[in-house]
Design a protein around this ligand. Sequence first.
Ligand SMILES: C[S@@+](CC[C@H](N)C(=O)[O-])C[C@H]1O[C@@H](n2cnc3c(N)ncnc32)[C@H](O)[C@@H]1O
Length: 252
Amino acid sequence: MRNILIIGIGAGNPEHMTVEAIEALNRADVLFIPDKGEEKAALRALREAICVRFIRTPGYRTVPVAIPQRAEAGSDYRGVVDDWHERIAASYRALFEAELAEGQTGALLVWGDPALYDSTLRIMERVVASGLAIDWQVYPGISSVQVLAARHRIPLNSIGAPILITTGRRLAAGFPADQDSVVVMLDGEQAFAKLDPEGLDIFWGAYLGTPDEILLAGSLAELSTEITRVRAQARARHGWIMDTYMLRRRPA
Ligand SMILES: C[S@@+](CC[C@H](N)C(=O)[O-])C[C@H]1O[C@@H](n2cnc3c(N)ncnc32)[C@H](O)[C@@H]1O
């Protein structure tokens, strides 16, 4: 049987690798490196830093995983994602069969934590459902959300209250009336800038965990334009950006 390790590698800082993740990395015969979107440049640098620093035996083998492009979502978002995941699962299966002999172990290095806004686990379920005999385990990583909270020195939830973690696309429909703390990821459109800022604070972070980290926090009314400006400037300078933020209702 082949064995696959899904390893969360943190969201930009090699020092966020857990001891468990390092040990898993050292058990792998082959490292599969997904190559996708905005994570591309950052993942390449982080992966190299992690492999050089933590793999004890030289001569490890890495195999890039080309992630097929997703079709334009249009009105059938779920259908398009479903089809996209099926194609990724097929390419994972083909890679596992081609690159791993029976009894060998492969590792998939996943940005941040594999359970948060990442489809690797759903795709692995499809690979298993396709009938390939594999054993697989998941190793959690430090997510960008945890780094955001640590850098701003804030708890994610108010006392006894829930938090909502959502996407820019969903926030664009408005700040949820029943929430006081909302963490937003995958926001390429700066949905915060279109909200009524009254009574809201923002805790924003870009390139979290990396040497290029940028942090801004304060009243949304005062910072909305500034964050949009800083974000555009940083994006132009680096050629890519990843940012995450929390919006919190100020207590009355
Ligand atoms: C596909 S999701 C992956 C999330 C990842 N699994 C995690 O645990 O952080 C990508 C989104 O995560 C957030 N993100 C990931 N890394 C980040 C970083 N270093 N700084 C700021 N935001 C980051 C951004 O909102 C980005 O659009």
